[in-house]
Design a protein around this ligand. Structure first.
Ligand SMILES: Nc1ncnc2c1ncn2[C@@H]1O[C@H](COP(=O)(O)OP(=O)(O)O)[C@@H](O)[C@H]1O
Ligand SMILES: [Mg+2]
Length: 255
């Protein structure tokens, strides 16, 4: 049976008088890779932050796994949600191993288990543990730092990972490598749910099992990529798809 891991019902969010999110309703199933696509200011980050309680809805109900967000311990909840952001946010004065081990240490894991986990996680994100674990973040490239950010988010083996434009600051080739790797990673880590925000339509269509397209705090369409391309539901989605076709045409002209 399919298990729901995120459930938004009638969720709205206002800042002052401005309604940023309007009556959002959706569910995400366990194991899905959902991408959230929308232009800057469409409410993607706000939606993502409501999942781990960093932002609270003005009205409506959010359930994550079995926890009703306005009734649960958010600190405890966040231990079950890995969080990856564009700026990575590694602690510069801590080694890579210590950065990955922050939460395991807080949870009081013994040293042996922590060391073993750090090795496994670095291996998972294709960084040689021996070579990298004692370095400091400043001694790594942007792409390598983001791999560490991913490893850190996975340190407590959370069922859900939320990612806010994790690759947006990286250049094209590194970015494409990481897209391929995160897709493979998701397939390898069975039953983990990824909720991945991006403003890049190619990234959203490539990575998502389903793609949620947001505009002005509303969902325009939430469906499989091939369905969205074949049947764009609104004018906004049609325009988005047209940008990809336009690019494709441009490349044809270069041939
Ligand atoms: N703390 C805040 N106070 C007031 N307005 C905010 C705040 N955070 C975000 N907003 C506004 O909410 C809208 C949606 O922001 P955001 O969720 O960050 O969009 P996105 O991630 O899609 O770019 C934007 O218009 C933004 O200016
Ligand atoms: Mg954002």
């Amino acid at each position: 049976m399919t298990k729901t891991i995120i459930n938004f019902s009638n969720v709205s969010k206002k800042y002052g008088k401005n309604e940023i999110i309007s009556d959002l309703n959706f569910t995400v199933n366990e194991g899905e890779f959902v991408t959230v696509l929308g232009s800057s200011g469409s409410g993607k980050t706000t939606t993502l932050k409501m999942i781990n309680g960093l932002e609270k809805p003005t009205s409506g109900k959010i359930i994550v796994d079995t926890h009703e967000l306005d009734k649960c311990d958010l600190v405890e909840l966040r231990r079950h949600i890995g969080y990856v952001v564009q700026s990575v946010g590694l602690f510069p004065h801590m080694t890579i191993a210590d950065n990955i081990a922050v939460t395991p240490k807080l949870l009081g894991w013994d040293k042996e288990k922590i060391d073993r986990t750090v090795d496994q996680l670095l291996d998972l994100v294709s960084l040689k543990s021996e070579e990298y674990k004692n370095r400091y973040p400043g001694q790594l490239s942007g792409g390598q730092q983001q791999r560490v950010g991913l490893a850190r988010a996975l340190s407590t083996n959370p069922p859900l990972l939320i990612l806010d434009e994790p690759f947006s600051a990286l250049d094209a080739i590194i970015r494409q490598n990481l897209q391929q790797e995160i897709k493979a990673l998701h397939q390898k880590l069975e039953n983990k749910t990824f909720f991945f925000v991006t403003h890049d339509i190619n990234e959203a269509l490539y990575l998502g099992d389903r793609v949620m397209i947001m505009n002005h705090g509303k969902i325009e369409q939430f469906d499989k990529p091939e369905k969205i391309v074949a049947n764009p539901a609104t004018d906004y989605v049609k325009k988005l798809i047209a940008t990809v076709r336009q690019n494709k045409k441009l490349w044809e002209e270069f041939k």
